[in-house]
Design a protein around this ligand. Structure first.
Ligand SMILES: [Fe+2]
Length: 206
């Protein structure tokens, strides 16, 4: 795929993502709407990179929440054209082999593009079954919108509980948070604002 074809695909994904967020009624999603509408329109070419995690996106496409179905299908359709990333490496020693094997995210807007923004970060994250994402924290405020599957979330002092598709998990700045998947994988739309949008999280020492 040539760069200008990639730009057209990423523009379609961006439009679907904005549409999904702007239509979202949850109160914790509201502050992100203004950021999303006012970000820069600059595009940089982010060539594809592959991770096994994208297979879970394909497998879960049929069980996406109704409001995310259109966007989800578009990500599924173009998953081989996207750049799949991980924030952590084996050398960092902060997350386990379970996570490195079957997790990944693809970003549509943020500090490194493909649509450049210093104000808001958003994309799709995927975790396979039986993964623990250890407790960590970062300056940015974060919202996870569960699109498919489920996980058991720990956020600050709130009771540990499972969140499934359609649910929203809000994480305030520097609030410790983490989750674990069980039999189900997890697909989320993530949003970050008010912070270094590529800050590497700090992990609590076990
Ligand atoms: Fe986070």
């Amino acid at each position: 795929m040539m760069a200008n074809d990639r730009q057209a695909v990423q523009q379609a994904l961006l439009d679907a993502l904005i549409g999904f967020i702007l239509d979202h009624g949850h109160r914790d999603v509201q502050p992100f709407k203004e950021d999303l509408q006012n970000w820069g329109k600059d595009w940089v070419d982010v060539p594809p990179a592959h991770l096994p995690a994208k297979e879970w996106l394909v497998r879960l496409a049929a069980s996406a929440s109704p409001d995310s179905e259109r966007m989800f299908r578009l990500f599924e359709q173009h998953c081989d054209d996207l750049c799949w990333e991980q924030s952590y490496t084996r050398e960092d020693g902060v997350v386990g082999e379970d996570m490195l094997r079957a997790y990944g995210f693809t970003e549509i807007v943020g500090k490194q593009g493909p649509f450049l923004s210093e104000r808001v970060r958003s994309g799709i994250g995927v975790w396979g079954p039986h993964i623990t994402y250890p407790i960590h924290r970062h300056r940015a405020e974060e919202v996870y919108i569960v699109l498919a599957g489920s996980a058991v979330f720990t956020v600050g002092d709130r009771p540990v509980r499972e969140h499934g598709r359609g649910e929203v998990v809000h994480v305030q700045s520097m609030m410790p948070h983490g989750f674990r998947t069980r039999e189900d994988p997890l697909v989320i739309c993530y949003l970050w604002r008010n912070g270094d949008l590529r800050e590497i999280s700090t992990f609590d020492v076990p």
